[in-house]
Design a binder for this molecule. Structure first.
Ligand code: HSE
Length: 433
């Protein structure tokens, strides 16, 4: 490090990169007062320099070659904000091998290739921080890693995707159609470049993988997590849920269970009396229970330029304090133990309450047959609604809420029910929280 000055290079000047540049250029005095360090945005690598980003970059080296950042011996910290798997992985690897600290918001990469990256960081005596990868501006990773370090984490659950929460909120409160709500999320810069990653639950699962790994201090295998997205949710279901006193949310759930962890992502009916039901639009909320602290809640903007950039700069300052250590002093390793694994309990071994919505013919015996199958599988109904139809095909929506039941039995019962000729194919099964 050059005196008390920290040189920073950014790779990727999209929504998040712009936010990071803006903070570094505008908040230098504040950051210096709080950390005693001077943060110098030295270089930005970006392929498209034609966009107007409303930034004064006259004192910044602008390049289209990422290696001008990665191989510059004066740069202390590399910020990767291009997202995706490649070339992001190769760039981060190179930066770590050149003994530069790295800060990234790349949840997909940390969730799927974190083990390799943490290993490379350890071998090179540097760190890779990723606060912005989960919960946008909410300091949930620092919360788990530092504030709650004294606790065994018993459970984490919450809303981790701003785009899905925005869509579900608009459908619930403003009766907007799914596609229009998604457009709104894209226009606001919340959605991923490929928004199917948001709506099919993958983005939430990436973030849950990271939180679960931090909570268990071992690597959670992303591909073993049960994931369902929100594409099957219609306004009809949102209205049914309302009738029963629930709001539909895409939930990420982690809990220590049966000698392993129960970890999953799916749309869930949340009671209107639960705080989570009031978490609207792009806001995220994460409930964490630790054995000493008890229940805690982290809430805030889960996406967007400014909150995400706020989290990234928090990591930059955090890492810069290491740079003040003298040569030979041990750096403080903040990543997840890359050599430990955690056992994931398959969803079939879990129980839940369920919301079931069928379209069936309106004729005698239909309900008796469905409830008969449920009874065969020890599934008890707690509420039921059937609407009259005004459609010519005479199919009516029927919704059943159940008491706690086995996931395995529910799957088997549904397979049987779907064989009845009076049931249409497009049923929906949701869990109730
Ligand atoms: N697409 C993500 C979301 C961005 O909507 O939450 C923040 O990770």
């Amino acid at each position: 490090m050059n005196g008390q000055r920290v040189n920073i290079g950014i790779i990727g000047l999209g929504t998040v990169g712009v936010g990071v540049a803006r903070i570094l250029l505008q908040q230098g005095d504040l950051l210096k007062t709080r950390s005693t360090l001077t943060f110098h945005l030295k270089t930005i690598a970006e392929l498209d320099w034609n966009k107007d980003r409303n930034l004064d970059l006259s004192n910044v080296k602008c390049t289209d070659n990422a290696y001008d950042v990665l191989d510059d011996p004066e740069i202390n910290i590399v910020v990767e904000t291009i997202g995706g798997y490649e070339p992001a992985f190769s760039f981060i690897k190179r930066a770590l091998e050149n003994r530069k600290h790295v800060v990234t918001a790349n949840k997909a990469l940390i969730a799927t290739r974190g083990r390799e990256l943490f290993q490379i960081a350890r071998e090179n005596g540097v760190d890779i921080l990723f606060e912005a990868s989960v919960g946008g501006g909410i300091p949930i990773i620092k919360g788990l890693r530092e504030g709650l370090i004294a606790n065994k984490i018993e459970s984490i659950y919450g809303i981790l995707n701003g785009t899905c929460n925005y869509i579900l909120t608009k459908m619930h409160k403003d009766s907007v159609e799914f596609e229009d709500a998604l457009k709104g999320a894209q226009e606001n810069g919340f959605a991923e470049a490929d928004p199917s990653l948001d709506i099919n639950g993958t983005d939430t699962a990436h973030k849950l993988t990271i939180l679960g790994s931090l909570a268990s201090n071992s690597i959670v295998s992303f591909d073993k997590i049960y994931v369902e997205g929100i594409t099957g949710i219609s306004k009809l279901d949102i209205n049914f849920a309302k009738t029963f006193g629930y709001t539909i949310k895409l939930l990420a759930i982690y809990r220590v269970f049966n000698g392993g962890v129960d970890i999953r992502v799916h749309p869930t009916l949340v009671s209107d009396s639960h705080l989570l039901s009031a978490v609207s639009n792009e806001m995220n909320a994460i409930f964490v229970t630790g054995d000493f602290v008890g229940n805690t809640v982290f809430y805030g903007p889960g996406a967007g330029e400014r909150p995400t950039a706020s989290a990234i700069v928090g990591d930059i300052v955090d890492l810069s304090r290491d740079l003040l250590l003298k040569e030979g002093q041990k750096y403080c390793n903040r990543t997840i133990n890359p050599t430990a694994d955690v056992k994931i309990i398959p969803i079939e071994e879990v129980t839940n309450r369920f919301y079931l919505r069928f379209f069936t013919l309106d004729k005698p015996g239909v309900l008796a047959k469905i409830s008969g199958i449920l009874a065969d599988y020890k599934i008890s109904i707690s509420s039921m609604v059937q609407l009259e139809t005004h459609e010519r095909d005479n199919y009516v929506p029927i919704v059943l809420l159940t008491h706690e039941a086995s996931e395995k039995y529910m799957e088997q019962a549904l397979q049987k029910i779907m064989q009845f000729e009076f049931v249409k194919e497009n049923f929906l099964r949701l869990r109730i929280f």
